[in-house]
Structure formats: structure tokens, C-alpha cells
Design a protein around this ligand. Structure first.
Ligand code: SF4
Ligand code: SF4
Length: 123
């Protein structure tokens, strides 16, 4: 194909980029976005806290009062917590829009009773 022909072919092609933020990408299978705790499943074994390399997870309290304090600003999205959990209580969600300008809102709490999630763009 001639150079002009190739150039015309490329001009007619759909762009491979998206007009973010008006267009959002669909995360591929296995994408590691925001981790989510299902505290109804959690047996408070502390394995996720111990497995977390940057100490982004802290289990607080006991019984129905127990909650996971998750520090989004420390998380490196490695998925070690998911692998460590014996009851599959943690999933890496597809949520990737997690930037914030204030570290004080980067702490999410997941509780047995109801999730306490102060971050504006959390699920
Ligand atoms: S994904 Fe990795 S860094 Fe983030 S909370 Fe889980 S273990 Fe910690
Ligand atoms: S590893 Fe799973 S069961 Fe153990 S404390 Fe963490 S979320 Fe709960």
C-alpha cells in the first residue's frame, strides 16, 4: 500500500484512546482496583493485615463492632490481602478513579453492620 493509502487508512480508523473522563475504560479481567471487604464473611483472622506490604490495613475492634480501616493512600494494589484471606472476604474491584487531594479522606472503613466509607468516589 502506498504511503498516502496507509495514511488515509489510519485516518479512517477508530481512535484507540478514550475521551476520558467523559468516556471511561472498562477494566480488563483481573484488574486490581480498590479492594473491598465483605465484613459479613470476615472471621477477623488478621491475615490480610499481616500480609499487606505497606501496612494499609488495620483491623479494629471485636465482634459486631469490628471494622477494617483501609488506607487508600498507602495501598499499592498488590492483591496480597485477597490471596491471604481464607474466606474470600476481599475482592479487588474495578474502581480506578481513586485520586484525592486530601489524605484525610483516603481512609475507608468497612464494618460488620454497614460500610462506613467517607471517600466521596468509593462504591
Ligand atoms: S492490595 Fe496490597 S497494598 Fe493494598 S491493601 Fe491489599 S495487601 Fe495492602
Ligand atoms: S484475611 Fe479475610 S477473614 Fe481474615 S481479617 Fe482479613 S478480611 Fe477478615
Amino acid at each position: 500500500m502506498s504511503l498516502v493509502g496507509e495514511a488515509l487508512k489510519q485516518l479512517m480508523r477508530k481512535p484507540s484512546t478514550l475521551k476520558y473522563p467523559s468516556e471511561k475504560a472498562t477494566p480488563p479481567p483481573g484488574f486490581r482496583g480498590l479492594p473491598i471487604w465483605d465484613m459479613k464473611k470476615c472471621i477477623l483472622c488478621v491475615l490480610c493485615q499481616n500480609a499487606c506490604p505497606p501496612s494499609a490495613i488495620k483491623l479494629i475492634g471485636k465482634g459486631q463492632e469490628a471494622k477494617v480501616e483501609y488506607h487508600l493512600d498507602r495501598c499499592i494494589f498488590c492483591g496480597e490481602c485477597v490471596d491471604a484471606c481464607p474466606v474470600d472476604a476481599i475482592t479487588m474491584s474495578g474502581q480506578y478513579e481513586l485520586a484525592g487531594s486530601d489524605r484525610s479522606i483516603m481512609v475507608l472503613c468497612f464494618g460488620k453492620e454497614k460500610p462506613v466509607i467517607p471517600v466521596k468516589n468509593a462504591p
